[in-house]
Design a protein around this ligand. Structure first.
Ligand code: NAP
Length: 286
């Protein structure tokens, strides 16, 4: 039996993956912030006869301290992990400053993913098969999005949700490059995966009229979750041999594109390590 940790495993694509693996006999640990959604997943697991193999961890991964603590708790409870899916995400139409003083999108979409990947790497390396981290992100899709290196949390610039989100997408590309470069001797594969447009509850956090428009577009053009999870599961079940790979709706994305510049990946890693405050010491220095 494999053990698969899925952040954002209580809704949308992450939930689709969680139920697929629970139905298939694997152990699933889903992380999300809403206990109601976690309870619904656990009840569905019982209905599938998988109650013993389902775990829900309630955590606001917009907190760096909580992300690090969740990684430590899970590493302790699961010294061997087969896969980590990084899917927790929320679109923030307005600037949200977390209790730790971070811009929320940066904290959840970038920093937390880094902390979880690093914190669970030890358990992943012990997997009997090929361990894999799969980040659900925007790779290979809309390539807009630039890194504001002198202002990564958009503190000085006016808050533009699209710009902040797209920087997060580019940062996720770089997190994959950085992980593969820094752990070149490791066994854990890193997969960047853009599922394309999928009909999920992601639209809920959009403001009107965008919410209505996006819902209407989703009804016409988006894939249902059940269809979108197939190619994701195929990569989790049989990870690529390369340390880093990227896919857009199952099709490979070339890694010689500017989004994957190793110098920028190293620069992002340095920036993450330089964040002020005790909460961000992630043990990856050196
Ligand atoms: N749907 C698409 O069209 C699409 C396209 C390209 C890429 N993607 C990527 O795919 C991933 C999943 O998207 P989705 O559409 O399935 O999203 P979704 O349906 O909105 O689900 C998001 C998940 O993240 C969790 N989450 C949000 N904020 C959190 C927080 N602060 N702490 C912990 N968990 C949190 C949510 O649980 P709680 O509400 O309980 O916190 C939920 O389980 C995202 O990374 C997204 O960028 C999606």
């Amino acid at each position: 039996m494999r053990t698969i940790v899925i952040t954002g495993g209580t809704d949308g694509i992450g939930r689709g993956l969680a139920l697929r693996y629970l139905a298939g006999g694997e152990r699933v640990v889903a992380v999300g912030s809403d206990p109601g959604k976690g309870g619904r997943l656990l009840r569905e697991a019982v209905r599938l006869g998988a109650g013993e193999r389902a775990e829900f961890v309630q955590a606001d991964l917009g907190s760096a301290a909580r992300s690090r603590a969740v990684a430590a708790e899970l590493a302790d409870r699961h010294p061997v992990l087969d896969a980590l899916v990084l899917g927790a995400y929320r679109y923030n139409p307005r600037r949200i400053r977390t209790a730790e003083g971070l811009e929320q999108t940066f904290a959840l979409y970038v920093l937390s993913r880094h902390l979880l990947a690093e914190g669970l790497r030890g358990s992943l390396e012990r997997a009997p098969g090929t361990p894999v981290i799969l980040s659900l992100c925007g790779v290979g899709g809309i390539t807009a999005g630039t890194m504001r290196w002198d202002d990564l949390q958009h503190e000085r610039a006016p808050y533009r949700a699209g710009r902040v989100t797209m920087q997060g997408a580019r940062a996720n590309d770089l997190l994959g490059v950085s992980f593969a470069e820094r752990h070149a001797g490791g066994r854990t594969r890193y997969v960047l995966y853009n599922p394309g447009f999928v009909a999920t509850g992601m639209t809920q956090s959009l403001r009107q009229p965008m919410r209505g428009l996006t819902k209407a577009m989703a009804a016409l053009f988006a894939q249902p979750v059940d269809r979108a999870v197939g190619p994701v599961a195929a990569l989790l079940d049989d990870p690529p041999t390369e340390p880093l790979s990227a896919f857009l709706r199952g099709r490979p994305v070339r890694l010689d594109r500017p989004e994957f510049d190793p110098a920028n990946a190293a620069r992002l890693h340095t920036a993450l390590l330089s964040l002020p405050g005790e909460a961000f010491r992630d043990g990856t220095r050196g």
